[in-house]
Design a protein around this ligand. Structure first.
Ligand code: GDP
Length: 195
């Protein structure tokens, strides 16, 4: 798969440190521990995202290059419980700046644990994206943690909730462990990146 060629480009802490705002970018966001690193690694069949849980590392926006014009962007995980409130606000601000202002951003993938979807911050992030008419694709991660029936039911529940919101939202089940949902996710990414 083409994203297998993705390679680390640069880390940024603020919008000003991001690479030139051109081409296409897809951002990956999610609560800490939602399975974002695993999903990114899975989708790129490499070890792109550092799975390190050190606060110092996770606050960075990490850019991975697919080709000259296309990048995957690993946004800092939010809701990291062990981090002081002030620091959490700071992360939220940089993350919000990026999602609200980045012109080359063509879509946001939000990872949510299938057992705990649509947290308050998930909603906030989706609102920021929706206010710019950016599509949001939700991966309900760790779907292997539920049996097939309950997983399908959860997917339907989330789908119904999304219908009540304003915005371009799609959702699917995903398991990095079982490598399930990859083709469905790739179709969305390819479409956004015009590949
Ligand atoms: P991040 O903080 O969002 O980057 O989350 P990680 O990718 O580091 O995953 C958090 C935890 O969830 C780790 O213990 C992973 O092993 C586990 N995990 C991630 N993806 C899956 C999955 O698809 N299935 C299961 N069962 N566990 C997963």
């Amino acid at each position: 798969k083409h994203y297998a060629a993705a390679s680390f480009l640069i880390s940024a802490q603020t919008l000003a440190q991001c690479p030139p705002d051109e081409g296409w970018e897809i951002a990956f966001a999610g609560r800490s521990n939602a399975g974002k690193s695993s999903a990114l690694n899975c989708l790129t069949s490499s070890r792109l995202a550092r799975t390190s849980k050190t606060p110092g590392r996770t606050q960075l926006i990490n850019f991975f290059q697919i080709d000259e014009q296309r990048r995957l962007v690993d946004l800092p995980g939010y809701g990291y419980a062990k981090v002081p409130e002030a620091m959490r606000r700071e992360w939220g601000r940089h993350l919000g700046d990026y999602v609200s202002q980045r012109q080359c951003l063509c879509g946001v993938v939000v990872m949510m644990d299938v057992r705990h979807p649509l947290t308050e911050f998930d909603h906030q992030l989706m609102e920021v994206a929706a206010s710019r008419n950016l599509p949001v694709h939700i991966l309900l991660t760790k779907s292997d943690k539920l049996k097939r029936g309950p997983a399908a039911q959860q997917l339907q529940t989330v789908r119904n909730e999304l219908k009540l919101l304003n915005g371009q939202f799609t959702v699917q089940l995903f398991s990095s462990l079982k490598q399930e949902g990859m083709a469905e996710a790739w179709r969305v990414l390819d479409d956004w990146l015009e590949l």
